[in-house]
Design a protein around this ligand. Structure first.
Ligand code: GLP
Length: 240
């Protein structure tokens, strides 16, 4: 695992955008695994700036998002679908038909999850997977558990995640379930890029880098990946 520490969020976002730019320039039809949450927002801003400057095009890429809440209308302000439209998709030239986000309102969640895995496979697998990290070490919505998870599945969120994310649900109840890529789906990506900023992530980053490789801290599995890069700010790296 490669670790890089930055003294400014802007420099970190530029480094993350560099990795996206390299991937897309090397392969204009790259398959990108995308993430939501506060962590990737500045990276997406930088990617939009590079697109507007004519440096980068997403016209050939295919995207797969990590996760989506269940039983939340797709157009709800807190759905990850809305997040991606507002923070990236509406501002770049990615083709709508090449965008994939789990359907959190599917009638049959198991069928939806299996179809999502088949679509990733049919696209040739993920070239670059972007990740944030939960304060409990979760990646996507793979919560601490007794075993590492496999492909896409529906999960009941932990109390700590509900507490951490309910700050966004000011006028509605936060969903208790989500569909998420599993740990095996994430580990199949050719390259993985995890972004963590702020002191609230310091303990999760310590457990990821220095703790046991264990499903109790799902992100610790990234130490077994041959091309995983952690981009941290000084606050998130404070306990290393
Ligand atoms: C959510 C998402 C994760 C994300 C995490 C951290 O739970 N499912 O993919 O990494 O939150 O979010 P933030 O970057 O806002 O701290």
């Amino acid at each position: 695992m490669q670790i890089e520490i930055f003294d400014s969020g802007y420099k970190l976002a530029c480094r993350a955008a560099d990795i996206f730019e390299e991937t897309v320039k090397a392969n204009p039809s790259a398959v990108l695994g995308l993430a939501t949450g506060a962590s990737p927002v500045n990276t997406y801003k930088e990617l939009i700036a590079r697109y507007n400057a004519g440096r980068l095009s997403f016209a050939g890429v295919t995207t797969f998002n990590l996760d989506e809440y269940c039983d939340l209308p797709q157009n709800d302000k807190n759905s990850y679908y809305t997040f991606m439209k507002e923070n990236l998709f509406d501002s770049v030239d990615v083709k709508p038909e090449n965008i994939h986000i789990e359907n959190g309102n599917a009638a049959d969640f198991d069928a939806e999850a299996a179809a999502y895995d088949r679509a990733i496979e049919a696209a040739g697998g993920i070239d670059l997977q972007l990740l944030g990290i939960g304060t409990n070490g979760h990646i996507g919505f793979n919560e601490p558990a007794d075993a590492f998870t496999d492909g896409t599945f529906r999960i009941r969120l932990t109390e700590s995640t509900i507490k951490a994310n309910s700050r966004y649900f000011t006028d509605s109840k936060m969903p208790e379930y989500a569909l998420t890529m599993g740990i095996a789906s994430i580990m199949h990506a050719k390259k993985i890029l995890l972004i963590a900023t702020g002191g609230a992530k310091a303990e999760a980053i310590f457990n990821t880098v220095k703790g046991p490789i264990s499903p109790r801290c799902p992100a610790s599995v990234l130490r077994l990946h041959r091309d995983a890069v952690l981009l941290l700010d000084t606050a998130a790296a404070a306990l290393l």
